[in-house]
Design a protein around this ligand. Structure first.
Ligand code: SF4
Length: 177
């Protein structure tokens, strides 16, 4: 991995921040999973969400095989952050950025395991509803929270400040490689 070259290319992208994280420092929390289960209407609706992604321990084991992790974040301003449609409308741009960053890693021979945002929206009706396997496993990226990962300690450790005005949307992806 030529990190200098990677960083040159990352600097050309409209990322708010990127940073390299030691995967050993990722905090996997049953509490995050509890929030998915009890507070997210998408729980169980796609293979990108729990319980389809497996238990937190299984997710942790899947991530543990990687020695590097690239955290990327983008931000977007919306008129009213309480307007969920407005907020979600900013998501595709972040997903596209995540794919661009994944492509940079692939250019260098890596096969990143990508954790991105929200439930998968690739198919109108997720195959999980019909108890069928994911149709596009290579395109589908589970969300960071689905794996029970608490990103707050990482952001604090990196000294990253996400206290923006109330109408700023922050998106985060992790690319393990
Ligand atoms: S790609 Fe389709 S089948 Fe796979 S998780 Fe996404 S919505 Fe479900």
């Amino acid at each position: 991995m030529n990190r200098e070259l990677l960083e040159e290319k990352l600097a050309e992208l409209p990322l708010y921040i990127y940073d390299f994280v030691d995967p050993k420092e990722l905090e996997f929390s049953e509490r995050v999973r509890w929030i998915c289960q009890h507070e997210c209407p998408k729980y169980g609706t796609t293979w990108a969400c729990p319980p389809g992604v497996g238990t937190v321990a299984e997710c942790q084991a899947r991530c543990k095989v990687y020695h590097n992790c690239l955290l990327i974040s983008s931000i977007a301003e919306v008129a009213d952050i309480a307007d969920i449609d407005d907020t979600l409308a900013t998501r595709p741009a972040h997903e596209a950025l995540t794919e661009q960053v994944a492509a940079l890693l692939k250019e260098q021979g890596e096969k990143p395991y990508i954790l991105s945002t929200q439930a998968c929206a690739i198919c109108d009706r997720c195959a999980i509803v019909d108890n069928q396997p994911c149709r596009f496993p290579e395109k589908m990226h589970p969300c960071v929270e689905s794996h029970g990962i608490n990103v707050v300690p990482i952001l604090e450790k990196l000294g990253l400040d996400f206290q923006f005005g109330s109408n700023m949307v922050t998106w985060i992806s992790l690319l393990l490689y």
